[in-house]
Design a protein. Structure first.
Length: 834
């Protein structure tokens, strides 16, 4: 599911959600005919330029079958949030936050040349709501007018989606307020198929179908059939179908598995593999199954259910700076369950909305590049090398997970915290091999340590929280000869660290060999011979009409697109018409006017042959396809953003007694908003997104007042936050406070993981006679007792009563005592915090 800023499905405590759980499978049709087993990378929010480089430098050499790109159609112009891309506005414009059409085409070519298939995220269940101008300049109006020809006839009447026990409510109503496309309509299906066919003609291999459960499976099948008819090839698809409890039977994933050349997302696998690696029950990895077997796409997480975002009804295991996450992704890629296995690579974030650092270079500026971890990066090589052979033997011995895939390969994982040396029985022929999972750069050096198999046995020393694998396939398992050894001046050598074009050359080679014929287009990219020109069949087209008092205006022709274009300004809402004249002369030219087919011109010199323009006042781009004289008007009139009413809103994430508040207030970008929070515990704050630690259990009524500093407009929202536990240190430690103000009774302190401090409220009288102790483990006999040495803010380990810590005599009133975790330091904050 995907969400806008104002209407999003939050998985925080304050909003209702539909949990995703495993259920029994009923009536599984089971197409089980996906074209081939695949390991695909999902580099979430990566730019086209970055993906192109990654395909050549890492993904191709590492054996990735494919790469999933972001939804490529023009979307709403909303910066800084990832979900903007899931609100498309124009299927004929390919400008998105991740790149433009030229960059898209170049990336597709580059990845295909590297042997990496491109899968596009396809969003055609819904369109953007509201009205405005998309990121690529196209204007749109909710449910009625979009620049690619979608009108009210292509949408269901607006209704609220609220009942997942009703298949009709799920499929016919607006997801998060976004207009629901009438995917059962044959004419609408043709428009969607045209869009998918356009992408396939660019070189896209297949698609991820977003929000598939919100469309009838027969509708999706019809759309893909129409796409295949237009392109001559049925594309493989994997469909997002999230299984929920107590939902209508007709929207369960098994209903979609009959579709030819398709698989469905298996969200149960996310929870199952999380249980294995989070609970450290590593032996259970050998029992992992894809729920829909050959009809499943499996993954450790995707962008929706990723930990800290959690907008698919569940949360994956932690994905950021977690070595067990790398182990899980490596295992998922090599363990033969699920026809499609998707490795994820994301970015650093701490709340639901932030977009990726799209402008940053790869693996910098917040990009985590989890797929570059060697045991993850090279896992597809092992999957490719052992494809077609089942697991023949397996085990969990001495803390090591291992399995054989017959004579094709052997894999072993050490999830423990220390290196382990172990001897295994393998089924590969005796010989010298190398650990392919140890290669940091498989393009330059595809091998890690040398491995010897003797008498059917191999002894490995596997590093902590790592894995090793050997295999026999000559394409994926051996060493590559350095091309510079045989031809130091050839293209293979000079280009081995650079991106090459379709002719296998790069800038370094062509700079040294400018006369080489393979370098001509690289050195002359704008030359007509290098842009795959579409030659025109007309002489010179001129536009003439009521908008310019029937004067001739020459149109521009593009050999790249095969289109004639001109800008037309309409000053009236009605009575407008035009003609096109090839040769720009009424007497000698060929006059084109209206035909019986809407959107197409024909030779027509009659006075009644003027082409009516049924458009409102505004500025439009008229484009005419040279080959068949079909035409289209694109609205390029600047449309101001509609005012957004001030509406206070927030969600929160509760972790024990610590609550992170996420401000979701809607307001105009030019406005200046002041915030006032009341947390229901005596504390207030004017911070935009505060973090609060509660001292007591139960429900607390929280209010947020948002006020404009420019106008007098204000808005308030109140919700309850419930604290069900007062959590301690995540390592299982406890800390207690004891002092004169408690009659030396021990009272537990609260740990705030966000700031790394233990906390307790204290009443100070300013006398200088108030003393205290801090006890680790909350036991005088067994715990470490901390006292003072006369220096304010410093604790020492001492059980002598001569070393009591003394509260600051200059403080009087209610304060929060903060003791820093893993350090003998303390300080005070005025209570409540401001």
């Amino acid at each position: 599911m995907h969400h806008n800023r104002i209407n999003q499905i939050s998985r925080a405590v304050l909003t209702a959600c539909l949990p995703v759980v495993s259920m029994a499978i009923f009536n599984v049709a089971g197409a089980q005919n996906y074209e081939e087993e695949m390991v695909i990378l999902h580099p979430f929010q990566w730019s086209y330029n970055s993906i192109a480089k990654e395909c050549t430098e890492y993904l191709g050499p590492a054996g990735f079958d494919g790469v999933q790109i972001s939804q490529p159609a023009e979307h709403i112009s909303k910066k800084g949030v990832w979900w903007a891309v899931y609100q498309p506005v124009n299927f004929k414009n390919f400008t998105t936050m991740t790149g433009n059409e030229n960059e898209l085409r170049a990336m597709i070519r580059t990845c295909n040349d590297a042997g990496v298939k491109v899968f596009a995220d396809a969003v055609f269940n819904q369109r953007a709501g509201g009205s405005g101008t998309g990121l690529g300049g196209s204007s749109y109006q909710k449910r009625t007018r979009y620049a690619d020809g979608f009108t009210s006839d292509d949408f269901h009447p607006g209704c609220r989606l609220y009942d997942y026990s009703s298949a009709d409510n799920v499929r016919l109503c607006d997801l998060n307020g976004m207009p629901d496309i009438k995917t059962e309509s044959s004419s609408t299906q043709e428009k969607i198929a045209d869009y998918l066919a356009t992408l396939m003609n660019m070189g896209v291999h297949g698609f991820r179908i977003d929000a598939a459960k919100h469309m009838k499976y027969t509708d999706i099948d019809s759309i893909i059939r129409k796409t295949a008819k237009k392109t001559g090839r049925r594309p493989p698809i994997y469909m997002e179908v999230i299984e929920g409890i107590n939902e209508a039977a007709d929207i369960y994933p098994d209903k979609y598995t009959y579709i030819e050349n398709s698989v469905v997302t298996d969200f149960s696998y996310v929870q199952n593999i999380k249980n294995v690696f989070d609970s450290r029950k590593f032996g259970d990895a050998l029992k992992l199954k894809a729920k829909y077997r050959g009809n499943s796409e499996v993954f450790v997480n995707n962008h929706d259910d990723e930990y800290k975002r959690c907008s698919a009804g569940s949360c994956s295991m932690s994905t950021q700076n977690n070595p067990y996450y790398h182990l899980a992704q490596s295992w998922m890629a090599v363990w033969p369950e699920g026809t499609v296995r998707q490795i994820y690579s994301g970015y650093s974030f701490s709340s639901h909305d932030p977009a990726g650092p799209v402008s940053a270079s790869r693996c910098t500026g917040g990009w985590l590049c989890q797929h570059r971890e060697p045991i993850v990066l090279n896992a597809p090589r092992f999957a490719r090398a052992t494809r077609g052979k089942k697991v023949t033997t397996k085990g969990y011995d001495s803390g090591i997970l291992w399995f054989n895939r017959g004579s094709k390969g052997f894999y072993a994982m050490n999830p423990s915290g220390s290196d382990v040396k172990h001897t295994f029985t393998v089924e590969m022929p005796d010989g010298d091999y190398c650990d392919i999972l140890g290669a940091k750069d498989p393009a330059r050096d595809p091998c890690g340590k040398e491995v010897k198999v003797r008498n059917g046995r191999v002894t490995l020393t596997i590093p902590a929280k790592s894995a090793m694998a050997i295999c026999t396939d000559e394409n994926w398992c051996g060493r590559h000869r350095d091309p510079c050894e045989t031809d130091p001046y050839g293209a293979a050598c000079l280009c081995k660290d650079q991106t090459v074009d379709k002719n296998g050359v790069c800038e370094s080679f062509c700079s040294a060999n400018p006369s080489d014929e393979k370098c001509f287009c690289l050195l002359n990219p704008d030359n007509e011979e290098c842009v795959n020109p579409i030659e025109k069949t007309k002489g010179l087209l001129c536009y003439t009409g009521t908008s310019n008092s029937w004067k001739f205006e020459e149109m521009a022709y593009s050999k790249k697109t095969g289109l004639w274009t001109t800008e037309v300004t309409l000053s009236e809402d009605s009575g407008q018409s035009f003609k096109i004249v090839d040769g720009c002369d009424w007497s000698a030219g060929v006059i084109y006017g209206k035909s019986s087919t809407s959107g197409k011109l024909k030779v027509n010199d009659s006075k009644e042959g003027n082409v009516p323009i049924d458009l409102r006042q505004g500025v439009y781009e008229l484009s005419i396809r040279d080959a068949d004289m079909t035409y289209e008007f694109k609205d390029v009139t600047p449309v101001p953003e509609p005012p957004v009413p001030l509406a206070a809103d927030f969600t929160c994430t509760v972790s024990g007694s610590t609550v992170e508040f996420h401000n979701k207030t809607a307001f105009n970008p030019e406005d200046d908003i002041a915030y006032l929070w009341n947390f229901g515990n005596g504390e207030t704050s004017s911070v935009e997104e505060p973090v609060v630690v509660y001292d007591s259990l139960g429900k607390h009524l929280v209010s947020l007042l948002a006020s404009s500093r420019i106008s007098e407009e204000s808005s308030r929202v109140t919700r309850y936050v419930e604290i069900t536990e007062l959590t301690g240190n995540p390592k299982g430690e406890t800390l207690c406070y004891s002092g004169t103000d408690t009659d030396w009774k021990m009272e537990p302190m609260i740990y705030n993981s966000t700031v790394g401090y233990w906390m307790r409220k204290v009443e100070l009288d300013g006398s200088g006679s108030q003393r205290f102790r801090i006890i680790s483990g909350c036991s005088w006999n067994e715990g470490n007792v901390l006292g003072g040495n006369g220096t304010s803010g410093v604790l020492i380990k001492s059980d002598s009563f001569a070393h009591d810590a003394v509260h600051d005599p200059e403080l009087k009133g209610t304060y929060r005592l903060l003791v820093k975790d893993n350090a003998l330091e303390y300080r005070y904050n005025r209570y409540p915090d401001r």
